[in-house]
Design a protein around this ligand. Structure first.
Ligand code: C2E
Ligand code: CA
Ligand code: CA
Length: 660
């Protein structure tokens, strides 16, 4: 029996019905059907018991009404056998409860009336009138014994009562009082048992309604629970499984989902240049794109027996059972190709393609039992990173033996070639503070580079690659040009420094390049400082030495950066008179220990004894400022005093402090 909405609606209405309203026939049928098997068993047993008890009364027939006893006994036994057989036959052939009930009810009437008619012929009329009292057993049986529907109980018991009352009133030869009292007795028993029968059926109906209600409530609770679970496991935008659900899926797979030679494969997917997609087409289009991809992934995943989820942002994850790396490769390929087949337009990627593509990284668990999702995710992420650096729109399978660095370096080199032309590089300025006056006395120029999708690449990553490929010449010149332009346009306090790579410093035409820029912008050469690092052995680099001398002769300041980290710091100091020496931030950060702070103190003293202007970088706390002031450092730089910021922010800040 199904608990449909219709049933629920009817059950609730029935529970709140007024007392005089009849039962809902639909629900009543349901109730009977629900208990049909049990009721049929009851009737089959009941009719046998009734026939048996009825035949026990043969003894009383024999003792009390000997003149008609033989007929009465025949009727009792005959009718009993007949209806036991009938009920059995109906039960076996039709299995219809109503039909069985009707047969049993007919049996009661026939047994009662069939006995009464010959009994009335007896000459023992007074004895019979007393014996007839047992007729009420038929009435009680019809009403209370068989669980008949109320109307059937009523019909059979009323018929039996009418027969007996009729016999008492019109056939039996006894006095009036006895007639009256006996008839009244029959009617009373009928009324009382009808009332009980009605109560019983009402009770059965109501408890059925309550059980229905309980079932409905349980069903609603289960549905609610399922809904909540679904919400907790679903990504609201795409409807895909979220990170939480995916880790649950992973756990389920590791616990009992894998066959002998199966492993878990994980494909991490990232939408290429998605930030640019959002920026150029708007967030609504971005959402639409993610939804379309999610639909595709979940459809493909279903076809391939995998699970798709959203890992956050524009990242998706596919979890699947695999047995070979080859199979994982095939699957990753299917996902990449199917996204391209969608051909969602992406007009502003920054490369030569114009549709949305994905990069993917895939990894699989190994036989060594490495079953950690985090490990798998990390490996897939590393593979994804290589995909991005080898031109995107591709996939990579994580290979623990292969270093993915080379591929990423190659791609970065490509990016660096076009970085200036594409406007991917910019500069930020970080202030220098005079230790005595706390005044901003200048700025360091720091280069910034963005990937096509807008993400920042750290100079610590791209400068070494630019040095390897030679792109540093172009980039370095561009940085100096920016600094000169900003000095010319905005003054920029006393001095602006620019970092110069050893590669530039070793190049013969470098001083000329710088002097040309200074002349072009018409600025004072003193306002430009070049920060050189001690990363090369200066003693061996005669060209670098010549260049430094030429630049200084022209009036450009030359500063020694990251002092203390290179291998020939003192040799450099002996060779040149640097305008400023910047002590590497590592020394300041080591000052927590007494040994460290002694070291810094020694270095500062050594430099000051040589008459060098000392700058300490990497100042991050107030305590460090105090310490440096005590040590007699001239200039300070660090996040505590000012973070690197774009020109506009510097100008706003300068204007504000001038007003104050
Ligand atoms: P650097 O010359 O030592 O530059 C200082 C670096 O320290 C900058 O990192 C700056 O953001 C960071 N910094 C500043 N204050 C603090 C501080 O209080 N605490 C800490 N922990 N760090 C601080 P950035 O910008 O990432 O640059 C890293 C390196 O990249 C620079 O080190 C420099 O060697 C190189 N670089 C940056 N721009 C250029 C450039 O235009 N040309 C060349 N050749 N190299 C550059
Ligand atoms: Ca520097
Ligand atoms: Ca430095």
């Amino acid at each position: 029996m199904e608990l449909t909405d219709e049933v629920a609606r009817r059950a609730i209405a029935a529970l709140h019905r007024p007392w005089w309203k009849p039962a809902d026939p639909f629900l009543l049928t349901m109730l009977l059907e629900r208990n049909a098997a049990q009721n049929i068993r009851l009737v089959r047993f009941g009719i046998v018991a009734a026939a048996f008890v009825n035949s026990l009364f043969c003894f009383l027939d024999y003792l009390l009404l000997p003149d008609v006893a033989s007929t009465l006994i025949m009727v009792r036994i005959g009718v009993g056998l007949f209806f036991v057989a009938t009920v059995e036959l109906v039960a076996r052939t039709s299995r219809s409860l109503s039909l069985i009930h009707v047969s049993a009810a007919t049996g009661i009437i026939v047994a009662a009336v069939g006995w009464l008619i010959p009994a009335l012929q007896s000459s023992q009329q007074v004895t019979l009138s007393q014996f007839m009292v047992f007729g009420t057993i038929f009435v009680l049986g019809a009403n209370l014994f068989f669980n008949f529907r109320f109307w059937l109980s009523a019909l059979s018991s009323v018929t039996v009562t009418i027969a007996f009352v009729y016999g008492l009133l019109f056939s039996l030869d006894i006095n009036e009082t006895a007639r009256g009292v006996l008839s009244l007795y029959f009617v009373s028993v009928l009324a009382l048992s009808l009332y009980f029968s009605w109560q019983l059926s009402l009770e059965r109906y109501n408890s059925f309604l309550h059980s229905l209600q309980a079932q409905i409530q349980e069903k609603v609770a289960i549905e609610k629970g399922q809904q909540l679970e679904k919400i907790a496991e679903t990504d609201p935008l795409t409807g895909l499984r979220n990170r939480r659900a995916i880790s649950q899926d992973f756990l389920n797979l590791t616990r009992n989902g894998l066959a002998e030679n199966e492993q878990i494969g994980l494909i991490l997917i990232d939408v290429d240049y998605f930030k640019r997609f959002n920026d150029s087409l708007g967030h609504h289009a971005g959402d639409e794109c993610l939804i379309a991809l999610a639909r595709l992934f979940s459809q493909k995943a279903e076809e391939l027996g995998a699970v798709a989820g959203r890992h956050g942002g524009e990242e998706f994850v596919i979890l699947t059972k695999v047995n070979t790396q080859e199979r994982l490769r095939e699957l990753a390929d299917v996902f990449c190709k199917s996204v391209e087949a969608l051909a969602i337009p992406h007009p502003d990627r920054g490369d030569d393609r114009h549709i949305v593509t994905i990069s993917a990284g895939a990894a699989m668990t190994r036989n060594d039992g490495s079953m950690e999702l985090t490990v798998l995710l990390q490996q897939a992420d590393r593979a994804l990173y290589s995909s991005k650096f080898s031109g995107r729109a591709t996939f990579t399978i994580y290979d623990p033996t292969e270093a993915s660095r080379d591929a990423s370096g190659e791609n970065l080199a490509e990016l660096l070639k076009h970085a200036i032309a594409r406007g991917l590089v910019s500069v930020v300025y970080q202030p220098f503070i005079d230790a005595r006056t706390s005044r901003v006395i200048g700025y360091e120029t720091l280069m910034r580079m963005r990937d096509f999708d807008g993400s920042l690449i750290s100079p610590a990553v791209f400068i070494p690659v630019a040095e390897q490929t030679g792109a540093i010449h172009q980039l370095g010149r561009w940085a100096i040009e920016q600094a000169c332009r900003d000095i010319a346009n905005h003054g920029m306090s006393d001095v602006v420094s620019v970092n110069v790579s050893a590669m530039q410093l070793k190049t013969p035409g470098f001083p000329l390049q710088v002097t040309e820029l200074i002349c072009q912008f018409g600025i004072s050469p003193k306002k430009l400082a070049l920060e050189v690092t001690e990363g090369i052995d200066i003693a061996l680099e005669t060209q670098a030495q010549k260049n430094i001398e030429q630049l200084r002769a022209f009036g450009v300041q030359v500063w020694l950066d990251d002092f203390g980290t290179g291998f020939a710091g003192l040799a450099w100091l002996r060779r040149f008179d640097f305008d400023v020496v910047k002590i590497d931030r590592a020394f300041l950060h080591d000052c927590e220990s007494t040994r460290g702070s002694c070291m810094l103190q020694d270095i500062v003293r050594l430099l000051r004894n040589r008459g060098v202007h000392v700058l300490v970088e990497g100042v991050e706390t107030k305590q460090q400022v105090e310490l440096l002031k005590r040590l007699g450092v001239n200039t300070m730089q660090g996040y505590y005093l000012g973070r690197p910021a774009p020109l506009e922010a510097i100008l706003v800040h300068r204007a504000a402090s001038q007003r104050a």
